[in-house]
Design a protein around this ligand. Structure first.
Ligand code: ZN
Ligand code: MN
Length: 141
């Protein structure tokens, strides 16, 4: 294969991956993206998916949300925004809250340095899990 064809193929792969990522608001794992991309490109490998997600993140077209020891999730919306994470089902939801730019300035002053970005996440139990827990409680009575 010529270098040009290789380049076109890689660009095409990255486009499909970004489309898949932007088609959902579920903040999917690399594995979920892999299953979806395979429907369009059956020969794609999981390694290719990981590599492209990393590249997209570095290019500022996606966000990687890493949750400690558990696997990363990816977000097709690269603008800083806040999330709610359900500790029961793991669902990650976007929050319609203004980003607190002032915090970054305050912290920059505090550390006498320069903050480039911040992340803010809220943890708890989502509505679905809450009503499921309530239903189970009633059954137990
Ligand atoms: Zn939940
Ligand atoms: Mn998000």
């Amino acid at each position: 294969m010529t270098a040009k064809k290789g380049f076109i193929r890689r660009t095409k792969q990255r486009e499909v991956i970004l489309d898949v990522l932007r088609s959902t608001r579920s903040h999917p794992t690399a594995d979920w993206v892999y299953q979806e991309v395979r429907k369009e490109m059956p020969n794609v490998s999981l390694g290719t998916i990981y590599r492209n997600l990393k590249t997209l993140t570095e290019m500022g077209q996606a966000l990687e949300l890493s949750y400690g020891s558990t696997y990363s999730r990816f977000d097709g919306n690269p603008e800083n925004h806040y999330h709610f994470v359900c500790e029961e089902c793991g669902q990650v939801t976007d929050l319609d809250l203004p980003v607190q730019k002032q915090l970054e300035e305050d912290v920059s002053d505090m550390i006498d340095g320069q903050v480039s970005y911040h992340r803010l996440e809220f943890y708890g139990v989502c509505r679905d899990c809450l009503s499921l827990a309530e239903a189970t409680d009633h059954e137990a009575e």
